[in-house]
Design a protein around this ligand. Structure first.
Ligand code: GTS
Length: 209
């Protein structure tokens, strides 16, 4: 039985899960909750922290996007080869989530007043990832170690979002630029990225991107 991602009809915090599942050749089901349905309150009451996404793997139900991503990382062997690699993957992923938090604040709270400043400041927030890639001996391929991890999917998702916001944002970062191209052309991922399913799902709920 396929796993189910329950979320609003946007990519938002769940697209990274779809990138991971698609690239791992997994099938999943999207259960879309309209904002009207959510406003009725029943689903919110049932959610552990009153929020989505919700994730279901047979009878196992999970909330919190970070926990869901790490669960998928463990389940599909995308969490490094030992404790040290796992810790570095966690560290990278936490850095990616810090960037996501800044991005979401811009999109939902400050878009009209802060967009220009955000883009000017972006190199400071992207350079740590360029450095991480440079420091990884296998870094021309993945952000930690020599095998793809859940942090790679999260970094890719965030970089893709930023390339929509600021198409030139990776020009000064050669490793990140080739990284995005390389990961996006992995065969199964490429099929998903070019699918109607992906293209028809808006990035953010307020239409800003
Ligand atoms: N820490 C949570 C996670 O990572 O899953 C945050 C989840 C969250 O903020 N969900 C928002 C929500 O359910 C939607 S979004 O921020 O992911 O777009 N909002 C509706 C509500 O009633 O709070």
């Amino acid at each position: 039985m396929a796993v189910t991602i329950t979320y609003f009809p946007v990519r938002g915090r769940t697209e990274v899960m779809r990138l991971l599942l698609a690239d791992q050749g997994q099938v999943w089901k999207d259960e879309e909750v309209s904002f009207e349905k959510w406003a009725s309150g029943d689903l919110k009451k049932a959610a552990v922290f009153g929020q989505l996404p919700k994730f279901q793997d047979k009878e196992f139900i999970l909330y919190q996007s970070g926990a869901i991503l790490r669960y998928l990382g463990r389940k599909h062997g995308l969490y490094g080869k030992d404790d040290k690699e796992a810790a570095l993957i966690d560290m990278t992923n936490d850095g990616v989530e810090d960037l996501r938090t800044k991005y979401l604040r811009l999109i939902y709270q400050e878009f009209d007043s802060e967009k220009e400043k955000y883009i000017d400041d972006l190199p400071n927030h992207l350079s740590p990832f360029e450095r991480l890639l440079a420091q990884n001996p296998s870094g021309s391929r993945f952000v930690v170690g020599d095998k793809i991890s859940f942090a790679d999917y999260n970094l890719l998702d965030n970089l893709q979002n930023h390339l929509i916001l600021a198409p030139d944002c990776l020009n000064a970062f050669p490793l990140l630029s080739t990284y995005v191209e390389r990961l996006s052309s992995r065969p199964k991922l490429k099929v998903y990225l070019e699918s109607e399913k992906r293209k028809n799902r808006p990035l953010n709920a307020n239409g800003k991107q």
